[in-house]
Design a protein around this ligand. Structure first.
Ligand code: AP5
Length: 218
């Protein structure tokens, strides 16, 4: 796994973030989530955050320029030298082309691109049940991933939890539309390059991890 450069693709609520965190904890490969970066910018009230806030709440995609700049800066940081897991990026063809250019410049190649495939019918329940620790960000689910001790974060012991503003049934529809219209066309883009592997994201979390490890090693 060390040195792996992975893209996790899949619909909103498909389990990309959950799996990226498992791999990060297990193998020390850094998770690069453009969604987390944007939420941090919104929380800090930066110019990028101010521009992105309403777009994210509407379930639409933030402009390619902002996203590409954010990733280009992040990949330059030393912790990415041992590999990285891209979670939620690229999401459009221009983003994928920009990533190709960035990697060429750095003499890097992608290990593979994993599509975490989940039927749309499962996603609303996944998303509306999601919550996370307000202190450390560890992710949970009302039904599928509860803390071991009720009301207490497994990772840091925090007792406050938050839910994302865009995690509601109406916004999920817009996010899914954006996924099918703008992101799904990247699957053939990576298939043509021989990089695409598909795993069944509808399985339980541990089973998805096993499939992911196998697909990455293949
Ligand atoms: P982002 O934060 O990337 O959201 P997303 O793609 O919609 O994905 P999610 O975080 O909702 O889902 P996930 O696949 O990580 O699922 P998770 O593991 O949490 O983006 C948010 C917004 O930012 C976008 O709408 C856009 O506006 C903007 N943005 C971000 N990147 C951008 C880009 N590149 N370009 C333009 N705009 C961008 O799982 C969900 C829940 O299900 C959890 O509660 C989890 O516990 C549970 N779960 C996970 N796996 C399983 C399983 N196998 N079985 C049962 N439950 C499971």
């Amino acid at each position: 796994m060390k040195g792996t450069r992975l893209i996790l693709m899949g619909p909103p609520g498909g389990g990309k973030g959950t799996q990226a965190k498992v791999l990060q904890d297990k193998y020390g490969i850094v998770q690069l989530s453009t969604g987390d970066m944007l939420r941090a910018a919104v929380g800090a009230g930066t110019p990028v955050g101010k521009e992105a806030k309403a777009i994210m709440e509407a379930g639409k995609l933030v402009s390619d320029d902002i996203i590409i700049r954010m990733i280009a800066d992040r990949i330059d940081e030393p912790d990415c030298a041992n590999g990285f897991i891209l979670d939620g990026f690229p999401r459009t063809v221009p983003q994928a082309e920009a990533l190709d250019g960035l990697l060429v410049k750095k003499g890097m190649t992608l290990t593979c691109v994993i599509e975490v495939r989940v039927p749309d019918s499962m996603l609303v329940e996944r998303i509306t049940g999601r919550f996370s620790c307000a202190k450390c960000g560890a992710g949970y689910h009302d039904k599928f991933q509860r803390p071991k001790t009720e009301g207490k974060c497994d990772s840091c012991g925090g007792v406050e939890f938050t839910r994302r503003k865009d995690d509601n049934a109406e916004t999920v529809v817009a996010r899914l539309e954006a996924y099918h219209a703008q992101t799904a066309p990247l699957l053939p883009f990576y298939e043509k390059k021989g990089l695409l592997r598909v795993i069944d994201g509808s399985a339980p979390i541990d089973e998805v991890t096993r499939q992911l490890e196998k697909a990455t090693a293949a």
